[in-house]
Design a protein around this ligand. Structure first.
Ligand SMILES: Nc1ncnc2c1ncn2[C@@H]1O[C@H](COP(=O)(O)OP(=O)(O)OP(=O)(O)O)[C@@H](O)[C@H]1O
Ligand SMILES: [Mg+2]
Length: 242
């Protein structure tokens, strides 16, 4: 098992955001965690990537295992550079005053595998030709969708082979959304990149992932293959508009 979240309870101060959730991701899979606003999706990703308190979530029970070993004692940079987990965060957090190229370059600072870095640039620009066209452009002048692509590209440039994506469809027009998910599928199928996808757009997520979990106010209430979830009456009613 690549990632195993076990009975995870997480608090912000006195507010418990996750009430003991368990799920797993195997190597090569696309797994989605779907849920409404405030369900605890971002909290889950921030706990895995070890965003520290006080702003970050604090684990009070449970464990997170990566290849069988607990990662709760790791620092955020160790999660990125030792485990090769890349986060494309909610709200993107790219450096607006830097160009596309500079944002990508910055993500490689801790790497010394120069030939692989070159390949990764090629990969990112092949996946997202728009980023190549706009590589000299300041990132703040990109459209929301292009910034989202840059956030994914940047996660790849850290050398990640496991991507955590926080609502990559957020705010995207249908055409860009399609481009984004086509690129992500290619990453999974051709490059063997494992993906944990957090989404509010359940239909999109379940069409794309192999399997999924439904997170409802801090609890996992359902799980199954994407097909099972798409056909589940409760999922249909609550997340797919009936
Ligand atoms: N830094 C924080 N301090 C205090 N409470 C927080 C913090 N971040 C999140 N929360 C609370 O934890 C709960 C889960 O929030 P989280 O951001 O994980 O939800 P989400 O599923 O990502 O929602 P959205 O779809 O709106 O992004 C919410 O009740 C939220 O108010
Ligand atoms: Mg969120």
């Amino acid at each position: 098992m690549l990632l195993e979240v076990q009975n995870l309870k997480v608090k912000y101060g006195s507010i418990e955001a996750l009430h003991g959730i368990s799920f797993n991701v195997k190597e090569g899979e696309i797994v989605t965690l779907i849920g409404a606003n405030g369900a605890g999706k971002t909290t889950t990703l921030h706990t895995i990537t070890r965003v520290p308190p006080p702003e970050g979530p604090k684990v009070c029970e449970g464990d997170i295992l990566f290849k069988g070993k607990s990662i709760l004692n790791l620092e955020p940079h160790e999660v990125v550079h030792k485990l090769h987990i890349g986060l494309a965060p909610e709200g993107r957090h790219i450096f607006g005053n830097l160009t596309v190229e500079e944002n990508l370059k910055l993500a490689t600072y801790a790497r010394n595998d120069d030939s692989k870095i070159k390949e990764d640039y090629k990969l990112v620009y092949r996946l997202f030709p728009r980023l190549y066209e706009r590589r000299k452009q300041r990132s703040e002048s990109l459209s929301g969708g292009e910034q989202q692509m840059l956030a994914v590209g940047r996660a790849l440039m850290t050398g990640a082979n496991f991507l955590l994506l926080d609502e990559p469809s957020m705010g995207l027009a249908p055409l860009l959304m399609y481009e984004m998910f086509r690129a992500l599928k290619e990453l999974n199928q051709k490059e063997g990149i494992t993906i944990l996808l957090i989404e509010q757009n359940a239909l999109l997520a379940l069409q794309f992932a192999h399997r999924g979990y439904v997170l409802d106010t801090g609890e996992i209430v359902l799980s199954g293959t994407s097909e099972e979830l798409l056909n589940n009456p409760e999922v249909k009613k609550a997340y797919l508009g009936g």
